[in-house]
Ligand binder design. Structure first.
Ligand SMILES: [Cu+2]
Length: 118
């Protein structure tokens, strides 16, 4: 076997792999308020199931009466947007297999949703 022909192939292969970052996060869109509603969508569709991996939650909080909290495997009641300010925030997290829930703390019984990760 000709070693000098093989080496350029290895280099080309390494470059091709490094061109695709393993940590590329998928963006999910969340909204909360101004009424007693909250959503989580991906490409305009309600999120009910996802593949495990890295996701950026981009949350638009339209009310000072609500917050947007995410909880599930590896994530314990993470507040993405808080109660006081009306704000838009992006948080990148790693989702593992299991069931996640998003909710508003003061209105958890009515303002919540869930999705599964496989
Ligand atoms: Cu609320």
């Amino acid at each position: 076997m000709n070693t000098f022909r093989f080496i350029p192939l290895l280099v080309a292969g390494a470059l091709a792999l490094s061109a695709v970052p393993a940590s590329a996060a998928t963006t999910l869109d969340g909204t909360v308020g101004p009424g007693f509603t909250m959503t989580l969508t991906k490409g305009g569709k309600n999120v009910t199931s996802l593949k495990a991996g890295s996701y950026t939650f981009r949350v638009v909080d339209k009310s000072a009466a609500h917050n947007y909290v995410l909880t599930g495997p590896g994530i314990k009641d993470k507040e993405i947007t808080g109660l006081a300010p009306v704000a838009t925030k992006s948080v990148t997290v790693t989702l593992k297999k299991g069931t996640y829930m998003y909710y508003c703390t003061p209105h958890k019984s009515s303002m919540m949703g869930s999705f599964t990760v496989s």
